[in-house]
Each structure stands twice: as structure tokens, then as C-alpha cells.
Design a protein around this ligand. Sequence first.
Ligand code: HEM
Length: 189
Amino acid sequence: MTATTTTGRYSAVAMTLHWIIAFVLVYQLVLGFSLDGIPREERGAYMGVHKSLGITILLLSVLRLAWRLTHKPPPLPDDLKPWERMLSRGVHAGFYVLLIGAPLGGWAMSTASTRAPPVSFWGWFELPGLPVPESDALAKQLAVGHAAAGAIAVILIALHLAGVLKHMFVDGNDVLWRMVPGLKKPPSA
Ligand code: HEM
């Protein structure tokens, strides 16, 4: 594993993947939770975007995990309490599980459904089905799990943002500076 970054900041690759995935995930969640409200005749197009975006998140998240496993991130700020360290590591690990598990679950749900068309990746090509049996009962169960994954994503994002805000405004440490390119290091950090 490559040595820790000398600046105490995340690497440019880690920052870039962090912000791309963050914005795409928020959009994906808003789209996902809006699907039920979209008129049936229009839903197909939105579902296509949802599935392509989901597979894009999967690819970027696998890339990000590979980078994370081969490039040590900067150590957590010294002033974090033991429970904050545990919670922070738990939320980060939770994001990796979700960012890979939710799209795989969606893909498996589409594969199992006898009514869903093959998953198309931005209309460029069709993905093979995942090795799951074709069964609407299974697709229904996976849909419940997928909706739960969406809810967990919202909770993780809320915890993550609450942590950042506390570190910025209560602790006054450099947590945000570590992940935002071009941000000036806070004088108190
Ligand atoms: C990070 C990636 C993803 C996230 C966060 C996500 C999130 C969601 C959410 C929140 C819903 C609404 C659940 C509900 O209220 O019932 C949903 C629905 C759905 N998603 Fe995803 N999704 C992702 C990726 C995918 C992928 C890759 C596919 C398929 C290839 C997919 C297929 C579907 C389908 C078919 C539905 C409708 C389910 C139903 O009719 O009950 N999703 N998704």
C-alpha cells in the first residue's frame, strides 16, 4: 500500500471520486424515490436512467474501493473522540457496502423479474443478467431490499453530513479541507 499522503489531505483521485459519487448518489436517490410518482407511460425512460446511473455508481465505487485499498488515506484528525472514530469508520465502510450492494441488488432484481427488459448501459450495450433465477417472487423480495438500501443511504448521508458540520463548527478541525480541493486550511486546524 502506498504511503499516507504527506499533506494530511486525501489524494486528488480520492477527492474526485468522492465528489462525483456523492452528487450522482444524491441524484440517484431522488430519482429512485420519485419513480413511483412518475406516470407509467414515462417511467420507462426514467427507469433506464436510474439503472444506467446505478451501474455507473457501481463501476466508480469499485474503482474507488480499489484506490482506497492501495492508497492509505490521511489519518483521522487527532481531536476525534473514540466513539467519533468508530462512527466515522462505520459510516465510511457502510458507504462502500451500500455503493456496491445497492446497484448489484437492483441489477439482480431486474434479472429476476420476468417483465423487466435486459439492463441497458446508457443505450450503448445490454448487460448480461446476474446469476439469479428468473422469479417474480424473488424480484419482489429484492425490491424490498433495494428500497431499504435507499433508506439506509439517506441515513448514512445524514450521519456523514452531521459529522462534517460538527467537526467544522464545533471542533473547528480540518475535516472538510482534507476532502475539498483548493480549500484553504482553517487557521485553527
Ligand atoms: C447506488 C445505486 C442505486 C440506488 C441508491 C438505488 C435506489 C433506489 C431507490 C431509493 C428506489 C425506490 C425504492 C422504493 O421506494 O420502492 C429504487 C427503485 C428501483 N431501482 Fe434502484 N437504485 C440503485 C441502482 C439500481 C440499479 C443498478 C438497478 C437495475 C439495474 C435498479 C433498479 C431499480 C428498480 C427496477 C426500481 C423499482 C423497484 C420497484 O418497482 O419497486 N436500481 N432504486
